[in-house]
Ligand binder design. Structure first.
Ligand code: SF4
Length: 238
């Protein structure tokens, strides 16, 4: 019998596969519905996540929760939320290659267990990792990508939105548009796909995926006088 998500999380709680085990308070495995249709993947736990043992807490988590409710009509318990890395890198530095390699099996097991229909990658790092692309989030967002029998929809990391002006920023509107794409993608899918699992995934290098749908031309927006766009380099930080 295959292991449940709880079993996998219990095993991960004692993981010492990489150096991040030394500085963490606890493993931040993930939270939410083990049978969720939508899986959100971020980069790595931050200070508060490390302390509380839950991904996306604090202001960035609140923003995620708000858009989730406003656009999808869901709360955190309806979806599953995790990160590529399960332990906090010291000082929130970038994850290193060997840490990613060590931690990836946990994410693979999570995806295999949850069998989400849509995966939302939050930010630059998770998007590049999952889709194996060098393209930044500002180019990748706004589209849906076929991925091992599922659909991946990249969007900005909520922390990047907060640092760049929050709900007044143009990018917050784009974040909402991406969530609308998630909603519409789910609505267009057949009812529950049954028990046949989607093909397994491993993060081997692959050519950049083609989007499912041709992107609409970006809407012409007239920015509010007091609303400045978030600088692109800021959004690429996460
Ligand atoms: S980051 Fe991942 S691989 Fe490294 S110790 Fe934590 S759970 Fe294990």
């Amino acid at each position: 019998m295959s292991r449940t998500l709880t079993d996998i999380g219990a095993e991960a709680a004692g993981c010492t596969r990489c150096r991040l085990a030394e500085g963490r308070t606890q493993v931040v495995f993930g939270v939410g519905n083990p049978d969720a249709d939508v899986l959100f993947i971020g980069e790595a736990p931050g200070f508060h996540e490390d302390k509380q043992g839950e991904p996306f807490v604090g202001a960035a988590g609140q923003l995620l929760t708000k858009v989730l409710g406003d656009v999808l009509g869901l709360d955190r318990g309806d979806v599953y939320i995790c990160n590529v890395l399960k332990c906090r890198p010291p000082g929130n530095r970038d994850p290193q290659e060997d840490e990613i390699e060590s931690c990836t099996p946990w994410l693979v097991e999570q995806i295999s267990s949850i069998q989400p229909r849509v995966i939302v990658t939050l930010g630059n790092f998770a998007t590049k990792f999952v889709l194996q692309t060098q393209q930044g989030i500002t180019r990748m967002r706004g589209r849906a990508y076929p991925w091992h029998g599922r659909t991946v929809i990249p969007t900005f990391h909520p922390a990047a939105i907060l640092r760049g002006g929050g709900e007044k920023s143009r990018q917050f509107g784009e974040l909402r548009e991406d969530f609308e794409l998630v909603r519409d993608t789910l609505a267009a899918m057949d009812p529950a796909p049954g028990s046949a699992p989607a093909p397994a995934w491993s993060p081997a290098p692959a050519p950049s995926p083609a989007p499912v749908q041709a992107p609409e031309p970006p809407p012409v927006r007239v920015p509010d006088a007091d609303v400045a766009p978030v600088p692109e380099e800021q959004l690429e930080l996460f």
